[in-house]
Design a protein around this ligand. Structure first.
Ligand code: PMP
Length: 444
């Protein structure tokens, strides 16, 4: 398998660099929060796959829902006014549970095309409102919004732009809140003021609010290194966008579906965005699916405007009945104990990781619920980052793996945690104990 993998299977490019020599780690099976590789090595999956298997592995009710739907109706397009029952029911269920009036759901195959779809919808929206000059998009540094061309354009991580010749000159980045390393310090008020000022300056730079279509933010920046904004940050940015008439998009691809506690992290932030993107936990990784949720107002303008001018947007596998059936089965699990267990597990994880704060390598422990990170430093006082290359983080990943723990080791020296919501107390304690062991080995 390792030889065939090397010869034929193309991995996500950046993450595989450095692993080629050792070869692929082939996963063979999984149950709950435990994954087993092809040689029989058991590990706690501290990253829920890629922050997605929120419900955990091996739920028969999910498998049954998928099999039943495949037998009954494996496919239905949304074109020609067609629909399937699970897609309708899942859309209604999400609308009922989402904050505010996010009542209109467009299903995609994952997060990147959900983000792409928001860009399309937002263009339609401003055209329908007679303001086509609102075509500039603002996002955050350290933000991640997908790997498609448009998603990568909105993404601020340099690796996703390297050698990328396509001109995406309509998206702009402002500095992230990043409390641990913010030039204005860690005071929440100062960070919020700095972000508002940066937004204002960027708006002016692109020609004023009447040029800006939308602002995008993750409630917690995931792929940028699990950066948690100060309390009130999302609300302040959301309100400022409202004042300028700029659409506010919350990208909840990682934070949605219990990752931080509630079904949607925007609930914690007490905001209702104009649009929201979700994926990952929506189907808990069992099958691909993402979605865009739109407010009554946004969808109303698009739907009215669409009648006037020919607009087209749709994927063959949008609102896939099998994915939707899985989404419904997963939602049922979340609401029958999983969210609750996730909240308990999250509190235990945060407490356990925070107890590692005094370790000589640990600069900061941060997170919310089951979304957490440790930022490693070589000098705690000076917050000196680990050397900027993938090498140390790959070695930490390898050590954790040998200790029976899957975590994400970012090249920036940040260890990322996103275990499944089904984790038991013992599994959470194992994650912490194996992390401590990995850190001690790294120090030695
Ligand atoms: N937005 C955010 C916030 C994400 O974290 C991701 C994936 N990590 C995406 C969009 C893209 O989702 P996908 O990989 O499913 O295309």
């Amino acid at each position: 398998l390792i030889e065939l993998d090397r010869a034929h299977l193309v991995h996500p490019v950046a993450s595989y660099r450095g692993h080629e020599a050792a070869g692929a780690r082939v996963l063979a099976s999984a149950k709950g929060a435990i994954v087993t590789d092809a040689s029989g090595h058991h590990l706690v999956d501290g990253f829920a796959g890629l922050w997605c298997v929120n419900a955990g592995y091996g739920h028969e009710s999910i498998v049954e829902a998928a099999a039943r739907q495949m037998r009954q109706l494996p496919y239905a397009t949304g074109y020609f006014s067609l629909a399937s029952e699970p897609a309708i029911r899942l859309a209604a269920a999400l609308a009922e549970r989402a904050p505010g009036d996010l009542n209109h759901v467009y299903f995609t195959l994952g997060g990147s095309d959900a983000v792409d779809s928001t860009v399309r919808f937002i263009h339609y929206y401003w055209h329908a409102r007679g303001q086509p000059q609102r075509d500039q998009f603002i996002t955050l540094q350290q933000g991640y919004h997908g790997s498609s061309t448009v998603g990568a354009g909105l993404t601020a991580l340099p690796a996703f732009h390297a050698n990328f010749g396509v001109p995406l000159n309509w998206q702009h980045k402002i500095p992230s809140h990043y409390p641990y390393r913010n030039p204005v310090g860690s005071d929440p008020e100062a960070i919020i003021a700095a972000s508002l000022a940066a937004l204002q300056a960027k708006i002016a730079e692109v020609g004023g609010p009447e040029r800006v279509a939308a602002f995008y933010a993750e409630p917690i920046q995931g792929s940028g290194g699990v950066l948690v904004p100060p309390d009130g940050w999302m609300k302040a940015m959301r309100e400022r966008c409202r004042q300028y008439g700029i659409l506010f998009v919350a990208d909840e691809v990682i934070t949605g579906f219990g990752r931080t506690g509630p079904l949607f992290a925007c609930t914690d932030d007490d905001i209702v965005p104009d649009l929201m993107t979700v994926a990952k936990g929506l189907t808990s990784g069992y099958v691909p699916m993402g979605a865009v949720l739109m407010s009554d107002h946004v969808y109303g303008v698009i739907a009215d405007g669409a009648g006037a001018s020919a607009v087209g947007h749709g994927y063959t596998y949008s609102a896939h009945p099998v994915s939707a059936a899985v989404g419904l089965a997963v939602l049922d699990l979340y609401e029958n104990g999983l969210l609750e267990n996730g909240r308990r597990a999250g509190a235990r994880l945060m407490a356990g990781l925070r107890a590692l704060q005094d370790h000589p390598l640990v600069g900061e422990v941060r997170g919310r619920g089951l979304l957490a990170a440790i930022e490693l430093v070589t000098d705690k006082e000076k917050k000196t980052p680990l050397p900027a290359s993938a090498e140390p983080s790959r070695r930490i990943f390898d050590r954790a793996w040998a200790n029976g723990l899957v975590i994400r080791a970012f090249p920036t020296g940040v260890l990322g945690y996103a275990p499944p919501l089904c984790c038991s107390e013992i599994e959470i304690d194992d994650i912490i104990e194996r992390t401590a062991r990995t850190l001690d080995q790294t120090l030695a």
